[in-house]
Design a protein around this ligand. Sequence first.
Ligand SMILES: *[C@@H]1O[C@H](CO)[C@@H](O)[C@H](O)[C@H]1NC(C)=O
Ligand SMILES: *[C@@H]1O[C@H](CO)[C@@H](O)[C@H](O)[C@H]1NC(C)=O
Ligand SMILES: CC(=O)N[C@H]1CO[C@H](CO)[C@@H](O)[C@@H]1O
Length: 470
Amino acid sequence: MSRSEPTSRFIIVVLILILTLLLHFPTPIKSSEPQNLTADETEDGELEELLAPTTRSSEAELLSNAQRIVLELNHDNTKRVIENYEFVLVLGYTPWCSRSAELMPQFAEAATALKELGSPLLMAKIDAERHAKTASSLEIKGFPSLLLFVNGTSQAYTGGFSAEEIVIWARKKTGEPVIRISSVTEAEEFLKKSDIFVVGLFEKLRMLDLGNTENLGLSLELGPNHKEFVKAATADNAIQFVEASNIEVANVLFPNMKPTSLFLGIVKVSQKDTLHMGTCRADEILQFLDHNKFPLVNRLTEANSAKVYSSPIQIQVHVFADADDFKKLLEPLQDVARQFKSKILFILIDITDENLAKPYLTVFGLEESNSTVVIAFDIRGNSKYLLESDPTQSNLEEFCSGLLQGTVSPHFKSQLIPDNKNEMVLSVVGKTLDDLVLNSHKNVVLEVCVSSSSTSILLLLTRSHPSQSS
Ligand SMILES: *[C@@H]1O[C@H](CO)[C@@H](O)[C@H](O)[C@H]1NC(C)=O
Ligand SMILES: *[C@@H]1O[C@H](CO)[C@@H](O)[C@H](O)[C@H]1NC(C)=O
Ligand SMILES: CC(=O)N[C@H]1CO[C@H](CO)[C@@H](O)[C@@H]1O
């Protein structure tokens, strides 16, 4: 009797203590696994559904399940979630923003894929209009915006905006930058789902594949080359890196790979294009990627324009065509592009797309054009060019060679060259400005008429000072 009483009192005290703790700290999350969330994370038990296995009965259902895998942040849970998870990718959106609406299903699809891959990343979204204060405390500016929180500290999102691109980026930044492929079957499966990737063959990985882990120094023994490979994979923002441990597997990924114990290359599946990388240094791998990651011909969309124009390639050929001409042009254009690989960037733009095409065509005075237009920019010299002949393969080749050699004349938006024969006062247009005025050996009085006003400006250009005098 005298012994059981203190015991039961002790139990009661412990129970009260546990209850108190539970009430005051409803979810002491310490794990990085989103699956370990409990239902009181959200008021409406949304997470219970979140935890339910994804069913595959219909596409709509799949999407709505996917959307549930994304945790909805609000005033009450944000701080706790950000602080307690190692990795949280937050999407700041507003309900009225169309770009948010486009991104949301991609984000949800990425969340599903990452969950299936067992990623430690928690995907969350916050309605930045409804929870403006909370959103601004996360430094969410502009919509949609994505931020990755690592142990509570945010970093900018630098990946693409399709589900696949989000998955690739997220894995790179959460400790899984490289996918290891150990069998031919896995390699074939991977190829079906991938368009562009970097492959590395590291024969020393074979020991890991065979389960030979008794050598604890193995990761060191994989050597500095492998370390550089992983470093590059982490630093790059968009391209999946894969590693293979034997030549049979590597050969499925990169056909006709030379038998060697170490090999790096880029594969562009849909372009049937492969490139061998003759380096294993991280910075050189990244530089090589910058110059070679683009498809031979880039079809411009609003979604990929930022990515396409991030290319460091200085000469860019833009081809404007309608859907029918696209089909006819694509192959010859790819052939040309192959010859000028990593020297000229080729961009294909739908001529009927006002937003994408008009601004360029207007610069050339060709906004009314209905047939294929080929223009080029040299970013170094800030000059622009126009292909004046038909866009046949040989004309395109000649144009591109000329661009590289600097033998194509830059284009000026210009009226037709007027017939000045027998004129006392010569008419000058954009195309003849250099010859008649700037390079003239005589002094020139130039009258500039501004079409929108009745006044005109007189400029005296003297030979010794070929610039404006009065
Ligand atoms: C996050 O914090 C945990 C615990 O302090 C630590 O083990 C982990 O390495 C950190 N993660 C990153 C990516 O820094
Ligand atoms: C292009 O097509 C439009 C409508 O079909 C027509 O009005 C216009 O004149 C055409 N422009 C040229 C340069 O052929
Ligand atoms: C309570 C609970 O669900 N625990 C799980 C947390 O996550 C680990 C790793 O996925 C599981 O093994 C636990 O069962």
